[in-house]
Design a binder for this molecule. Structure first.
Ligand SMILES: Cc1cc2nc3c(=O)[nH]c(=O)nc-3n(C[C@H](O)[C@H](O)[C@H](O)COP(=O)(O)OP(=O)(O)OC[C@H]3O[C@@H](n4cnc5c(N)ncnc54)[C@H](O)[C@@H]3O)c2cc1C
Length: 286
């Protein structure tokens, strides 16, 4: 599905990182729930606003406002420029939603919907707890944000854990749609705890991009594994480790390790080393 229509992206060139636009709070309804893999839930969220929505980039993220257990989501006014975390904290406890961050996996304007793919990890955390129970008809909120990825140069290394694979796949789909000639300059390294966290079919990209490596390791071993894999790549002259631009997203240790290697050891300029901490081992990431 990806972005439909493909033209629903503000700037298909994306030489520079997307600038945050005006944020909006959109009340949404869960329209469908699909188990893509044992630990990956896809939720389709609908709202009339999505019929005309434009993405800032393929990895656009948003704040998902989820009702606390036993509550329904109640839309609330949000002043222009307001801090969403502060606005949520100021709400009365009996209608204060939980807030976590996710990626727009698909935008479907015809259906006035977005899809979000959520890696579940049990009930330890409001995001996973809600995703495991959300059903069609449930209500929530989407606080719109912007993307992180850009393409200042063609040759890129993308490093993702399971939570960042939805964004990675959107980046690959976007590049295939808008810049097919640049596909072979993309190199992706994926580290996941198990195939149970991944949408099937990732391997199909292996023949379409420069290289794709998928490795399975426990969460707390992924940062060291990434250092070791990328170090080997660098020593062997693998093109993934010669990239002029990197995007590293996922668990804090992994995202930082891969970025530090690129910036510190390979001299990738900091403004070409986009990254984000998606979650933190042993700690909530509100
Ligand atoms: C920009 C951005 C985009 C994101 N996009 C996506 C996306 O598309 N799909 C997606 O699944 N996630 C995505 N994430 C990550 C998602 O926001 C976190 O996984 C989220 O914080 C988990 O919330 P939680 O309430 O379940 O757990 P938290 O309250 O954050 O944490 C509670 C406990 O659970 C542990 N925990 C949290 N996540 C995991 C995990 N994945 N595996 C094992 N243990 C975990 C923590 O270490 C902590 O001990 C994104 C994050 C950011 C910042």
């Amino acid at each position: 599905m990806a972005t439909s229509p493909v033209s629903a992206v503000a700037d298909p060139a994306l030489i520079d990182r997307p600038r945050p636009g005006p944020h909006r709070l959109i009340p949404v309804t869960v329209a469908a729930r699909t188990l893509l893999a044992p630990r990956l839930v896809r939720l389709r969220l609908t709202a009339p606003e999505f019929a005309e929505y434009t993405l800032s980039g393929p990895d656009e993220y948003f704040g998902l406002l989820m009702p606390a257990p036993g509550q329904d989501f109640t839309p609330f006014p949000l002043a222009a420029g307001a801090n969403i975390r502060a606005a949520v904290s100021a709400l009365p406890a009996d209608r204060r939603p939980e807030l976590r961050w996710y990626t727009v996996r698909n935008l479907d304007r015809d259906a006035a919907a977005i899809d979000v793919d959520i890696v579940t990890h049990g009930d330890d955390g409001p995001g996973s707890h809600w995703a495991l129970r959300a059903r069609p008809g449930d209500r929530a909120g989407v606080y719109t944000c912007s993307g992180i990825w850009s393409r200042p140069v063609r040759d890129q290394l993308l490093v993702a854990d399971a939570t960042a694979v939805p964004a990675l796949r959107s980046i690959l789909e976007f590049t295939a749609a808008h810049h097919p000639g640049a596909m072979t300059d993309l190199h992706a390294v994926v580290l996941a705890a198990s195939p149970e966290q991944l949408e099937p079919g990732l391997d199909e990209w292996a023949d379409r991009i420069g290289s794709l490596a998928v490795h399975y390791a426990p969460d707390d071993a992924q940062a060291d594994l990434a250092r070791s894999l990328l170090g080997d790549h660098r020593r062997s002259g693998h093109p993934a480790a010669q990239a002029g631009c990197t995007w590293t997203c996922g668990e804090a240790g992994l995202a930082k390790a891969a970025r530090s290697l690129a910036v510190g050891d390979w001299a990738v300029p900091v403004d070409r080393a986009g990254w984000a901490t998606y979650w933190i081992i042993g700690r909530a990431r509100p």
